[in-house]
Design a protein around this ligand. Sequence first.
Ligand SMILES: *Cc1c(COP(=O)(O)O)cnc(C)c1O
Length: 464
Amino acid sequence: MDSGFPNFLIKDQMLLDGDKIIKPAKNDELAKIRKISTPGLSRPLEDVLKDAKEIFSLGFRVGNPRFFSFVPSPASPWSWVGDSLTSAYNPFGGCFEAASGVCQVEETLIAWAAEKFGLPPTAGGQFVSGGSIANLTALTVARDQILEDGEARLKGVAYISSQTHFCIKKALKIMGLLDHQVRTIEVDDGFRMSLPHLEQAIQSDLKLGLKPFVVIATCGTTNTGSIDPMSEISAITKTYGMWMHVDAAYGGSVAFSYSRRDVLSGIGQADSIAWDAHKWLFQTHGCGATIFREKSKALKSFATTATYVEGVDECADQNPWNYGIELTRPARHMRLWFSLQVMGMDLIDRMISHGFEISEYVEEELRKRSGWEILSPSSLAIINFRFAPEELKKPALDAINSEISSQLMARNVAVIFTTKLNGMVSLRMCTINPETTRDDIADVVKALDDTAREILTQIRLNEL
Ligand SMILES: *Cc1c(COP(=O)(O)O)cnc(C)c1O
């Protein structure tokens, strides 16, 4: 059955031949690729295109409607058409005067996104390559706004939860914070940062003479799609004169749906937000954004100049290089502009809602069957579950669920990797691909159940 979203996404077969959702590279294929990786004399275009296709075909098909791992990347073809156009015109996105059209679009698109998040008109920011750089950019400004010069390495303390994305620790490390300056706060039974634990940690650090400066709340954790209590965290950061950063790389796109945006309540309290359009807004890789509650605060961290740019320094307050890390930068937002213009927001709303409905359907189907346990209910289109028949005990449970994942992949039914929740191996599905149909899910859940029972039968036979 068709998804009902006619041709808005890459039809997987359109670009790549073959039917495997995962195509691991064989040694001889990699050897061949090494051979053709370095250039020599000019070759016929058709040969080069043939090689390109082979190179692109290896690995995971992250846009396949049966790929449910990590955060899948169901990119709209309008995004790559927009990106190809951008590449053809090749504007210099680092300087307003050098590309005033595209810079104006960027400013306006960021302001539009900021308003959807509930930020005030002072908000602004820029597009970056993705969530990792968006978080690094924002946290750098948090450091420079809250800590005095020289305090970062000595006294600054940042607060994350056990479910925070690992790129945050990386960013803090790049910024010069040492491991002992990062507190990992426990989560509650809904995988949200525990407020009492957060406040206790801040108070005990203050007693030690340290300087708590930032809480990183997550809007859509990678494991479970949980949303930290953003309003309450904001109240805490205000009390202690800290910065609240929200990592909404995954969940942020829900602000652009009419029907589901309420789940993000409180995000508008953030001092800064990281958001990826290359996740749930159907863009090709390399389209994230950093947004500040007060754009001008980024100047202290990034504004610089030199004699050879004096000619374009008149619009310094608009030059992107003064608000982030890069100078030369592609107009990576133009693909987003292009695809949103063509698709329209009604369709985007339906595409985002579809993701929620699909994971809710997975949950409904699993609850109908015996032996299945929901480890985290459907939240922001992510669900975790495991096969846990009463007769099996951990570690047999961990082994059987890992085996279910491997067998589904080996049979090319679906790609569902495992993660760990409270020490248990869990099957995790992220269902944001608008091309995944209810028929796909009925099929996948049946395959999960059949596979689980086959393995169980095998275990019983072995025990006889
Ligand atoms: C994906 C993700 C990131 C990292 O973003 P990249 O675009 O992969 O660099 C950070 N935080 C969260 C919550 C994410 O989902």
